[in-house]
Design a protein around this ligand. Sequence first.
Ligand code: ZN
Length: 327
Amino acid sequence: MSRNTDQKGNRTENKGKKKDREKEKEEEKKGQKREKEEPEREAGSPCWCGSGLPYASCHREAERKLEFFRARGEHVPDRHLIRNREQLAGIREAGRVNALVLDAVAEMVHEGISTQQIDDTVRRVTGELGGRPACLGFEGYPKSVCTSVNDVICHGIPRADQILHAGDILNVDCTTEYGGYIGDASRMFCIGTPSPEAAALVRVTGEAVERALSVLHPYCHLGDIGAEIASYVGRHGYTVVHEIGGHGVGLSMHEEPYVAHYGRAGHGMLLFPGMVFTIEPMVNAGSRRFIVDPVDGWTVRTADHSLSAQVEYMIEMTEEGPVVLSR
Ligand SMILES: [Zn+2]
């Protein structure tokens, strides 16, 4: 499930970031003083993260790298976003179960079914696998999955009276809680034979995520993702939504950082091994402008009613590069 930031939210977030950086600088100064008083965190004492492991074999290496990049003026993640081994094992499992739920959806999606039937399948299969649909009840969301058809960009609510017709394009966005961790991914489905225009939009959206994946490497910048996606879809005449994007995920549904699908390569937060996040561009055939349904408060539609497609991967950054945990 994608994360909203309205324009007001964006401004606040930017202000917040500035404050954060000021705070960071202050803390750095304090940290330098503290370092003189207590030169090294005890290597053998338990890590602050609660892993139960000695600090030396848990977060010490990552924190040394954080310090190294911070000293070079880079925007580095909060150390809590670098997951420990136990958390990563749990998050990978949640991703695996999440993909199985989407596999079950892929088997039942066809012309003539309602989007409510997709919701029923997600709820049933998630339960059978020992998980829980994480979006059910999230900020008041009423269903177990998001089903976004044609001009719906994201957060479409399944309905018994919404029947899938030949030529429709559909995004199913599924968030799964399993063992206390969160998996999150979404897929596009074409019902029957799509128009050439719809088929091209769906194909390019999937390719955009693959392109973004191909530029990822440990300690790359968050802006590399957005720059690659926006330029790729732009070359095809499409636009990408700015105000809704991907996010950190794993311990809860929406975590830092916000993953924008536009931006400047070489800018933004560094992606450290141990971080888990989503890439999920919403690509419109027309304008990137959208309207949130005033009645249900969730459904996001293109302002010009053009088609929209979205593909979401859940990704763990490792020392060897990105690993897709669910797609
Ligand atoms: Zn640790």
